[in-house]
Design a protein around this ligand. Structure first.
Ligand code: GTP
Ligand code: MG
Length: 194
């Protein structure tokens, strides 16, 4: 998909701060440090559009980006990182829940998990909750460059088993090698009006 433009729109912590308009929107969710921001940058071919960090829990607001002037990506704050101060962890749930249940423009959630490890309890909570409330969700297993080829099949099998989905469903991805780039865009197209 040709990216003509990708720009940061705004950060928000509550609906009053969400951008106006009715363009379709895709949100990216996942554990802290799993590689959400890196994946968005990689998809867009912009090295530094979204801030990435070695320190988990950096992204603590909803960050909106507009692409090609026709759809939006939202980088959600990561969950499940124990060292994030309690106060911030308490805000996470309501903030994300309000966004996911209330945002009309939201057409799907990309849930990013780590191919190296089976989905965590937090991953499963979000995954099952998205299904429950009927929001289309796509599982992406990232950091694939860290898993030797010979171990891929086993890691994939463990992940899909825990998620309760067929093994063809997740996209295997790496922001380092760009593996999965094409496939991920193809899967996103119906959500963003292409
Ligand atoms: P928070 O915003 O803190 O929740 O983190 P995040 O999920 O946005 O993760 P981020 O993209 O900042 O990446 C976290 C770390 O993982 C960084 O050191 C990245 O360089 C690294 N990383 C991200 N994606 C990949 C990948 O596909 N492969 C490898 N090897 N490292 C990655
Ligand atoms: Mg981030």
């Amino acid at each position: 998909l040709p990216i003509q433009s990708a720009e940061f729109v705004t950060s928000a912590v509550a609906p009053e701060g969400y951008p106006a308009g009715d363009q379709p929107e895709v949100a990216f969710a996942g554990r802290s440090n799993v590689g959400k921001s890196s994946l968005i940058n990689c998809l867009l071919g912009r090295k530094k559009l979204v801030r990435t960090s070695r320190t988990p829990g950096r992204t603590q607001t909803l960050n909106f980006f507009r692409i090609n002037d026709r759809f939006l990506f939202v980088d959600l704050p990561g969950y499940g990182y124990a060292k994030v101060p309690q106060k911030i962890r308490e805000q996470w749930g309501p903030m994300i829940e309000k966004y996911l249940t209330g945002r009309k423009q939201l057409t799907g959630v990309v849930q990013i998990m780590d191919l190296r490890h089976p989905p965590t309890t937090d991953d499963l909570l979000l995954w099952n909750w998205l299904k429950e409330i009927g929001i289309p969700a796509l599982a992406v297993l990232t950091k694939a460059d860290k898993v030797p080829r010979g171990k891929r099949a086993k890691h994939l099998r463990d992940a899909v088993q825990r998620l309760g989905i067929p093994s063809r469903e997740p996209v295997i991805f790496s922001a380092v090698t760009r593996e999965g780039w094409q496939e991920l865009w193809e899967r996103l197209m119906p959500w963003i009006g292409y």
